[in-house]
Design a protein around this ligand. Structure first.
Ligand code: NAD
Ligand code: 2UF
Length: 319
């Protein structure tokens, strides 16, 4: 089935997330109407858009002329109807408050024609609940971006209980056209996957600080100079395959932690990761070497940048 190309987009809530979303849309040639309730917050959005665009130009991600054209595609308004009427898609990014979002979606649902898609950027609320008072909940879905929205590729696409498959597929394709990496999740589970993983990390970080094991600065250093560095090139399951599923099982057992059944089963079957050609992923010698090389290149890039910026000492040459 042919899917509608989404060219006119309303963004409601020009704060930290809404500005990044609007900028990326405009760079990709979309006409954007960016709604803020107050003239002051709309002016703050203008300043933020200009600053973010300037950095893209400085880093060579965007030409100077492209920047001017893109910013001109963003029309800022304090009139909600302008962001909702005659749009192909409206993306909501107002504060994380269910009653506020329900009220806004009721209003958007009334203002926008039934073929205008409505997306929420909620982090942890149910999209089904947000669409509760909409007459057309089939066009409401969640498109959860990550901060800063124009620089992090992942967008979680989450259908509500009544969202039409066509709306989901149209938004998924649209995000790909923008150069994003959309992942469609099957269930409307508040918090979906990324925020849930982050909350586990945040919870553990607080426990570590409260137990007096490390200061917040130490925790941040462990992340930025240690485990966080690798996360740009690997996830959890491919990394476990790299270190060996038997190895991680021994670590869990040694520290008195339960071994998840899916992990124990893999180890019992001799599926230990890269070294056996099968773990959570299948591996060939070539794909394993490519994975290790990609990781090494990623780490080299970060080392080089940190040393050049003086964030890490440059090692003695040994000459
Ligand atoms: N900040 C993040 O890391 C992040 C990441 C992903 C998703 N989100 C989600 O995005 C949404 C927005 O977060 P943010 O960080 O951009 O917040 P923010 O406070 O920076 O921006 C919210 C914007 O909405 C405006 N606003 C407030 N009340 C409004 C209303 N009733 N109607 C219309 N506009 C209103 C504010 O003036 C502001 O411009 C939240 O649902 C949040 O959970 C945030
Ligand atoms: O990291 C992000 O950009 C988002 O997922 C946020 O909504 C937020 O950091 C939550 O993950 C916190 O749990």
């Amino acid at each position: 089935m042919g899917h509608k190309r989404l060219m006119r987009i309303g963004v409601v809530g020009g704060g930290a997330m809404g500005c990044g979303i609007a900028l990326e849309l405009a760079i990709a040639g979309r006409q954007v109407v960016l709604f803020n309730r107050q003239a002051e917050s709309s002016e703050a959005a203008r300043v933020k858009l200009e600053r973010d665009a300037a950095l893209l130009v400085e880093t060579g991600m965007l030409g100077a002329e492209q920047r001017t054209t893109a910013l001109a595609r963003i029309h800022r308004t304090t009139v909600l109807a302008e962001a909702a009427v005659v749009q192909d898609l409206v993306i909501e990014s107002i504060p994380e408050d269910l009653a506020l979002k329900q009220q806004l979606f009721k209003e958007l649902d009334r203002l926008a024609s039934p073929d205008t898609l409505l997306a929420t950027n909620t982090t942890a609320l149910s999209v089904t609940a947000i669409a509760r008072d909409c007459a057309h909940p089939e066009r409401v879905l969640s498109a959860h971006y990550y901060l800063p929205a124009h620089l992090v590729p992942l967008v979680d696409v989450i259908p509500g209980e009544k969202t039409s498959p066509d709306a989901v597929e149209t938004v998924r394709r649209f995000l790909e056209e923008l150069g994003k990496s959309p992942v469609v999740f099957a269930k409307d589970v508040p918090g979906s996957v990324g925020p849930r993983l982050q909350q586990a990390l945040i919870g553990e970080a607080f426990r570590i600080v409260q137990e007096g094991v490390a200061t917040p600065e130490m925790v941040d250093r462990v992340l930025t100079q240690g485990i966080g560095r690798r996360l740009g090139a690997s996830g959890i399951f491919d990394r476990l395959d790299l270190v060996g599923l038997d190895f991680i099982t021994n670590i869990l057992r040694g520290s008195g932690r339960p071994v998840p059944p899916v992990l124990a089963q893999k180890v019992d079957q001799g599926e230990l990761g890269l070294k056996t050609g099968q773990g959570f992923y299948p591996w060939t010698p070539d794909s394993a070497a490519a994975f290790e090389e990609r990781m090494a290149r990623h780490l080299i890039t970060q080392l080089r940048e940190d040393r050049a910026a003086g964030r890490l000492p440059t090692p003695e040459s040994g000459e």
